[in-house]
Structures are given as C-alpha cells and as structure tokens.
Design a protein around this ligand. Structure first.
Ligand code: CP3
Length: 367
C-alpha cells in the first residue's frame, strides 16, 4: 500500500506540463525555442529584494526553504519562462567544507579561511552532504510548488571556479594567487580540484535525487585560463563529474549543461565531455558554434545580458538574430550569455521572453 502511494506520487511528480526545455536539451522536436535566464531570480526584481529583506541576508535566504522556494517561483509569475532554477549559490559547497562564507555588503562573496597554506589544503575533504541538506530541502520544496509547471534546474560551480574563490578568498580580477599556485605548485591545486570534483559529483547527485530535472555546471572563470591550463585544471575535472552523475531519474534523462564563460574557443573539447548541452556566452556566433558541435550537443545562450538595456525593438532584433543564426530544428535553449544584470528593467526581460517564443515558432514548423 505504501509503495503504491509512493509510486503514484512519483508519477504525478514527474508529469510535466511543459517539458520543452528538457526536449530541446536532448534535441527532440519542440514547437518553439524554450528560454530561461541565468540569475533569473535576483535583484532586478523588486519582489526578490522584498523577500531578501524579510530573510535578513542573502545566505539566510538560501537557507530558508520557504523563502528560497518563493524567490525561485517569482520570475515564473512574471514571465513565461520554460524552466526554473534552484535559488542557491555555487559557494555553498566550499562553505560546507568549513571555509566560512560571508557576503560583505557591496563586495560580493568572501571566505574567512581562504586556502593559501599547504597544511590547510591537505586537510580539505569532501563535506558531509548533510551540511547541504538545506539545498536538497529547497529542491524538494520547489518541485512541490512547481507542481509540474516547468522543469527545475539544479546547479553547481565547476571545481576550478570554486577553487578560484577558495584560494583567492573572494572575487578576483587577475587570479594572481590561484594562478601562482597553478604554475608553482600544481600538485596543491590538483588536490583541491580533485576534492572539489568529488564534492560536486555528490552534491549534484543529491540534487537530482531530491528532484532536479537537469543540472548545470557553472565554470565562470575557466575562460581566464590558457587552452592547456583549461584542459588540465578545468575541463578534466568537469569530465570527471559528468561521468559520475546519475543521468536518469523518475524515468527521464537528466541532461547536463556545461557552461564555461569565455570557453568559445574550446567547444569541440567540451562537446566531447559527455555533457548533453553547452552554455555559450555572447562572444561567439551560435550558428558557427552549432556547425562545430551541433551534432554532439545542444546549445544554450547566447544573448549579451546588456542587450536588455536596449529598446524593446532592439531586444526583439537581437533575439531574432540569434534565432536565425541557430537556424531550424531543435537543440537550442535561449538564454543570456551570463547572469541578468541587477539594473535590468524587468519589462525588458518580458519583451525578450515573448519575442523568443513568438519568433522561434518559424524555426520548428517541420518538427
Ligand atoms: O540563476 C538563478 O536565478 C539561480 C541563482 C544563482 C545565484 N548564484 C544567486 C545569487 C546562481 C545560479 C548563482 C551562481 C553563482 N554564484 C555563480 C556562477 C554563475 C555566475 O554568475 O557566474 C557565481 C560565480 C557565484 C558567486 C557569487 N554569488 C557572486 C560573485 C555573488 C555576488 C554577485 C554580486 O553582484 O554581488 C553572489 C551572490 C548572489 N548569488 C546573488 C544572487 C541572486 C546576489 C546576492 C544578493 O541578493 O545580494
């Protein structure tokens, strides 16, 4: 009896009213090009700012199941987005490793205990996933609140991008500390990356078990590396994660998206990683990217987030240009090439979402 109830609950849980996003990631036929926006829940929305004020701080918001659910749903109430993304942060993992994450007002993320000494680095270990239970609780709660409306994306930082913050102790322009380590003591950096890769694999698998229907690995700083260093210190560890992920859950494939900002030159190598899709920033032409890798993976992107600072007409033109560059057929998820800027006019985001839905239908007629 219990089993029967659980089975039927699972069934309703997995019935999606709109699976366009998942279908596009798997290059299955769709009626239109789906869209979501990186950082779609954030400070450009007044309702986000109001909920964040109620939570106290950004980290309190991430750790509050009810409020994290609320802010995840907020952009879906405004725009006809085709996916929700878990409200959290990539730095939850190093925080669980004991580095002491905090956000200094106006300065971005910081760690109390940055990893700059060999003894500390040798002590680094994969955290007990129970410390990240608040994230998995948020995933379950968001799935419940979504009630099958659109799929939920889980995410993590790449081992290298996490290491940038862990070693630098916060945001950085030049990455002097981590690059010094990379060239002078590559063994230490490899140790950090290996622990990070194991932690991220466990973390993403736990998100999938909790109900994440696709996962994205954010390699925000991989593009700061030389080609050789990218392969050695970033891609290699992302591949390790991809091969350790649970790829099927609730009877469906769980697609994996790799996003290296500034990675346009390395799409072929990334396409061979085993991921289902690659995220593109705005620096490359999506048509050329498709010609290079389209047979192997789907593509996500590639609007410059600052295109949303144009006029409604120019936003429609940019959307039309990207859709035309990708061309006919499935395998494209529309997105920004990086997070939406906090000063963006929400009305302009609405213009983009509607334009993509309307203008993309012409590219999917024969499917
Ligand atoms: O896309 C979404 O809506 C999901 C939420 C999400 C956040 N961070 C919320 C957030 C996601 C996917 C992230 C990932 C993340 N976090 C990345 C990778 C993606 C990227 O943007 O490159 C990185 C590098 C971080 C680390 C991080 N977290 C930084 C650098 C900052 C400060 C940003 C700033 O402008 O001050 C954060 C904080 C953060 N994460 C905010 C949000 C909404 C703003 C915090 C606030 O409300 O004050």
């Amino acid at each position: 009896m219990t089993n029967l109830i659980q089975a039927s609950e699972l069934n309703t849980m997995s019935q999606l009213k709109n699976d366009t996003f998942l279908r596009a990631l798997l290059k299955q036929p769709v009626d239109y090009t789906p869209i979501w926006m990186m950082r779609q829940a954030g400070r450009y929305l007044p309702e986000y700012k109001a909920t964040r004020a109620r939570a106290g701080s950004f980290l309190d918001l991430c750790k509050n199941t009810e409020l994290a659910t609320e802010v995840t749903i907020q952009p879906l109430e405004r725009f006809k987005l085709d996916a929700a993304i878990l409200f959290s942060d990539i730095l939850t993992v190093p925080d669980a490793m004991g580095l002491g994450l905090y956000f200094a007002e106006g300065e971005g993320p910081k760690f109390e205990r940055a990893l700059q000494h060999e003894a500390d680095i040798r002590k680094l270990a994969v955290p007990d996933m129970q410390k990240l239970d608040y994230v998995f609780a948020a995933v379950r709660s968001i799935r419940h609140a979504l009630d099958g409306r659109v799929p939920l994306i889980g995410f993590s930082g790449s081992p290298f991008t996490l290491a940038c913050y862990m070693v630098e102790g916060g945001s950085s322009k030049e990455f002097r500390t981590i690059k010094s380590m990379m060239y002078a003591r590559p063994d230490l950096l490899h140790h950090i990356l290996s622990v990070n890769a194991q932690a991220v694999t466990a973390y993403l698998n736990a998100q999938i078990e909790a109900g994440a229907q696709a996962v994205q690995i954010f390699d925000t700083w991989g593009g700061a590396l030389s080609q050789h260093a990218f392969e050695t210190f970033s891609l290699r560890y992302m591949k390790q994660i991809v091969s350790g992920l649970k790829r099927e859950h609730e009877g469906r494939r769980v697609p994996v998206i790799l996003f290296t900002k500034g990675g346009g030159l390395w799409l072929e190598q990334m396409a061979a990683s085993g991921a289902d899709a690659l995220g593109l920033d705005w620096t490359c032409d999506i048509g050329q990217a498709r010609a290079r890798v389209g047979g192997q993976v789907a593509l996500q992107g590639n609007l410059d987030p600052f295109a949303l600072f144009g006029t409604p007409e120019s936003i429609r033109e940019e959307a039309a240009r990207i859709l035309a560059a990708y061309g006919s057929g499935s395998g494209h998820v529309f997105n920004l090439g990086h997070g939406i800027n906090q000063h963006t006019d929400p009305e302009h985001a609405a213009v983009l979402v509607d334009a993509v839905h309307e203008l993309s239908r012409a590219y999917h007629i024969t499917e």
